[in-house]
Design a protein around this ligand. Sequence first.
Ligand code: SME
Length: 160
Amino acid sequence: MYAFAADPALPKPALYRELLSAADALTAGESDAVANMANLAALLFQLVPDLNWAGFYRLVGGELVLGPFCGKPACIRIALGQGVCGTAAATGETQLVEDVHAYPGHIACDADSRSELVVPIVRDGAVVAVIDLDSPTPARFDADDQAGIEALAALVATRV
Ligand code: SME
């Protein structure tokens, strides 16, 4: 058992420093990508407030395929360029969506989701997966969340 905890009153930069430290401790000595993604999804869901879904989509055979996550069962395959995740994977750029209902092509896996943050994981210059966070609160994510999850993506790029 790993008991990571963060004070919900922490400012976001401090929260993400805690998250990165815990993520590093959890994954540093483990080479199994599925185990690492599973623990990272659990860690995100536990430490980042106000989420209804947190997890991974992996680039497999030219499309995104669902990876380890916490939340409701989700869409299994997403074409590159489709939805928020497919756009992040196709462009290699983070997608920060304040209102998913206003995002053309948004794929609704959980009707509770109102805002979304998707960060590509890049290894050797190529996108290999994305980290997807969904929140039931509109405009839940900001530049601090983006910076924190982008730092996480860089940290774990060789471990997932
Ligand atoms: N909303 C995403 C699909 C994945 S779920 O949110 C888990 C999208 O538009 O790509």
